[in-house]
Design a binder for this molecule. Sequence first.
Ligand SMILES: Cc1cc2nc3c(=O)[nH]c(=O)nc-3n(C[C@H](O)[C@H](O)[C@H](O)COP(=O)(O)OP(=O)(O)OC[C@H]3O[C@@H](n4cnc5c(N)ncnc54)[C@H](O)[C@@H]3O)c2cc1C
Length: 430
Amino acid sequence: MAHIVIMGAGVGGLPCAYEMREALGKEHQITIINNRDHFQFTPSNPWVAVGWRDQKSISVPLSPVLKKKNIGFIEDTVTSIEADDNQLTLAGGDKVAYDYLVIATGPRLAFEEVEGSGPDGHTTSICTTEHALEAYEEYKKLLENPGPIVIGAMPFASCFGPAYEFAFILDCALRKAGVRNKYPMTFVTSEPYIGHLGLGGVGDSKGMLESDLRNHDIKFITNAKTTKVEAGKLFADELDLNGDVKKQHEVEFTYAMMLPAFKGVDAVANVEGLCNPRGFVMIDEYQRNPKYQNIFSAGVCVAIPPVEATPVPTGAPKTGYMIETMATAIVHNIAHELKGEKPETCGTWNAICLADMGDTGAAFVALPQIPPRNVTWFKKGKWVHQAKIGFEKYFIRKMKKGNTDPLYERFILKALGITKLEKQKTGTNG
Ligand SMILES: Cc1cc2nc3c(=O)[nH]c(=O)nc-3n(C[C@H](O)[C@H](O)[C@H](O)COP(=O)(O)OP(=O)(O)OC[C@H]3O[C@@H](n4cnc5c(N)ncnc54)[C@H](O)[C@@H]3O)c2cc1C
């Protein structure tokens, strides 16, 4: 009998636990450890921040669903991993032994890298639902006291889509309220150009998103290295292609939402030989750490090299479907190991993304997510807004039911040429 422990019940960890339970015999024990008592659907956070969703509607209480599936649940924070002893220490003092560990802890939000940024400073965040709820309180104050808005992403951010989504959602909310004319908006991003997305662009993302920002009266500053935030003022150096300062900006704001740099969470980052210098778990093509071969990892916490060097550092995003492919590959590989076989399954890291823009949206497909790609397209339309709402309901339902890979989903995606697994890694950095 083996004990498989999964750290983190997010978009990567929770589907992984469900699939693991389906794939492994009852004799194997599965435990998930999460520092919240619920799953939160992070992609809905931009809607929470303008009051279009509340916390309950995008959360799933973990205890009942995991109990039904015969998966152990511990609500606690892992404070350290004793990888040589196959053991974890929890904040409550307990020790948990494992045979296999799956790390799916998401990012640590490194606001400390830019002085004055973050919910403890002068900018809001939508990275967690708790942050998005705080951002909503600030939004309500903004409605009472109109003024300029800054939205964007700081150096070392690796998740740019939500910054664009939030800019367009806020624009839409203010337009619907008939007060958009009172709110000058500026998009400040570490990307080298609009629509880069940490991916070197996807299809015509540059042209389309630039055009949308212009059509929505949102000014933008690219190659922006945000250096400091003070109350009501954001300082950013705009760099040229050589990385020299081209222009220094002081952007005034009444409301600001800036995505921070992502790093690995401390318990993971502190393990000698497990992570890269920014605390992301190093993995081979089987999602397995090269040094600790019984540790696997999926999600935002894995190390992926940037797609290309950019004047201001940017990271490659790890998007939802790509993360699901990682989780499924891990399940297959641990199942192989338990049968005494070698791991042989790789996630395709295909990306399908729906970005909401309030009343319309943009969708992209990148197969695989990291270029060069076999398939790339980026399209806009009102249908994307509806599709994103549909996807939200569908994914949350899947998490409530514990059925992560229904046949019809597999069938539809296969018909579109989108698969989760492959035997040998192609076209990615894995
Ligand atoms: C605002 C936002 C919107 C996004 N929208 C989209 C989208 O529309 N489409 C898309 O494809 N991708 C989107 N993404 C990217 C990605 O899909 C999400 O970030 C996704 O939630 C990442 O999944 P994860 O499992 O890696 O991390 P998370 O979902 O963050 O889960 C990590 C879990 O680990 C727990 N945890 C962390 N540390 C510990 C510890 N030490 N001990 C115990 N538990 C711990 C956390 O509490 C959390 O529950 C978005 C990201 C953000 C930030």
